[in-house]
Design a protein around this ligand. Structure first.
Ligand SMILES: Cc1cc2nc3c(=O)[nH]c(=O)nc-3n(C[C@H](O)[C@H](O)[C@H](O)COP(=O)(O)OP(=O)(O)OC[C@H]3O[C@@H](n4cnc5c(N)ncnc54)[C@H](O)[C@@H]3O)c2cc1C
Length: 403
């Protein structure tokens, strides 16, 4: 019987288990996660979870699903090495797990502030439920919050802290927020909304020096300007968790390098989710994405291989981020030099940014326009290219163009 070992306890690992269960996979599956709970929904951690003292992480799949499918779930267990010759995974607890197929679903880890010791009590990072529990109690006690980094997670935490009534300051080194992820139009709207809600945002502001009082950070310096700190949240990005893969000699380049079936440079080992650098067929380039969609769809691709129904990974990327009451949703990917046009929304504060590449619609960013987002995903998935003037006409619903 084929033995499949999955390392990781996040979205990708859970989806792979679910897809194998749905396909009645007849091999033996073992999931190894260094977290002490079943894989859970990660996005709420920076949104609802940290403002609700009663919130619990929500499992993606119930224990019953794993039990019914005969999947062994080993929680609180870290995989520390891969022996590719013997096809075994070594565990921190001392055990070894043999495999015929190994799947790495190790995700990312938060990028750390280089000049701040890891155990600094008033500095928070956010990747998992344990981080979120710490952040929630720190937020409760802190008179004010300082966020370093104007990426999605930093801004979501800033918006949530603002909703809790805390004075919040965000420092972003780049001249604008979300520079690598969204258009200037969408980013400007995010800045405006956050500022209106009382969050202070400093752009082109590199916080590069820290003042300590005992073990705690007491201030950050932006140039010669000193900003006092109660609680410092670092949202300065994530790095792919490739430690095991690199030590095992698998090819890695900003992620574990995989082909369009998620196979690594060792044909017995696959990798899925945030930790992969995969070939993006629409651009003919290798990409790494951090999104629930990417984790789930890559997991489905590996399930297809294991269930003898292989299909290459060609899913349309899509993403969402909630910043307080603002919902940003993105379908497709855009390079920075695409031509952009605005489709007005049907209500105040809602609109979409359409990106065209060589005249072709390639990406739609929707602000508080969920119906446009849902239709945009279908349009792009089906490769439909309605006339541009109709796409920009708010009187014509985007879904009217769907076949
Ligand atoms: C706070 C937050 C908010 C987010 N919000 C959104 C959002 O709104 N929309 C969106 O699309 N995406 C969002 N994301 C991103 C999304 O959660 C990730 O893209 C997704 O979780 C990736 O799934 P994954 O399985 O690849 O990795 P993860 O979910 O990160 O799981 C990796 C797992 O592997 C475990 N692991 C790593 N190494 C080992 C080892 N050696 N042994 C055992 N276990 C190991 C880790 O502990 C973890 O459980 C958010 C992420 C965070 C952190």
């Amino acid at each position: 019987m084929q033995q499949v070992v999955i390392i990781g306890g996040g979205h990708a690992a859970a989806q792979l288990c679910a897809s194998l269960a749905e396909g009645n996979f007849d091999g033996r599956v073992t999931l190894v996660s260094d977290e002490d709970r079943l894989p859970y929904h990660r996005p709420p951690l920076s949104k609802t979870f940290i403002k609700d003292p009663a919130a619990e992480p929500q499992a993606l799949r119930a224990q019953a699903m794993y039990d019914k499918a005969g999947i062994e779930v080993r929680l609180g267990e870290t995989a520390v090495a891969i022996d590719r010759e013997r096809r075994e995974v070594a565990l921190a607890s001392g055990g070894r797990l043999p495999y015929d197929v190994l799947v790495l679903a190790t995700g990312t880890r938060a990028r750390r502030l280089p000049d701040v010791p890891a155990d600094t009590p008033n500095v928070a990072y956010l990747r998992n439920a344990a981080d979120a529990e710490r952040l929630r109690s720190a937020l409760n006690e802190a008179p004010s919050v300082t966020v370093l980094g104007g990426g999605f997670i930093g801004l979501e935490i800033a918006a949530t802290a603002g909703q809790l009534g805390k004075p919040v300051a965000v420092f972003e080194a780049a001249p604008r927020l979300l520079a690598r992820s969204v258009s200037p139009e969408a980013a400007d709207h995010v800045v405006k909304t956050l500022r209106e809600s009382g969050v202070s945002i400093y752009l082109g502001a590199t916080a590069d020096r820290f003042e300590f009082e005992g073990e705690r950070v007491s201030a950050v310096f932006v140039g010669s300007e000193r900003h006092a700190v109660d609680l410092l949240v670092a949202g300065i990005g994530a790095v792919p968790e490739t430690t095991l893969a690199e030590a095992a000699g698998l090819e890695c380049a900003n992620g574990i390098v995989v082909d369009d079936h998620m196979r690594t440079s060792d044909p017995a080992i696959y990798a899925i989710g945030d930790c992969t650098a995969f070939p993006y067929s629409r651009w003919g380039e290798r990409l790494r994405l951090e999104s629930v969609q990417n984790a789930n769809d890559q997991a489905r691709t590996v399930a297809g291989v294991l269930l003898d129904q292989p299909t290459p990974y060609q899913a349309l990327p899509w993403f969402w981020s909630d910043q307080g009451a603002l919902r940003l949703q993105i379908a497709g990917l855009a390079r920075p030099d695409t031509e952009r046009a605005i489709r007005p929304g049907t209500k105040e504060g809602s609109f979409s940014v359409l990106h065209f590449d060589g005249g072709h619609l390639v990406c739609i960013e929707s602000i508080n326009a969920p119906l446009d987002h849902m239709a945009a995903r279908k349009l792009l998935e089906q490769g439909l290219q309605p006339p541009r003037e109709q796409l920009l006409d708010p009187a014509v619903p985007l879904k009217a163009h769907l076949g």
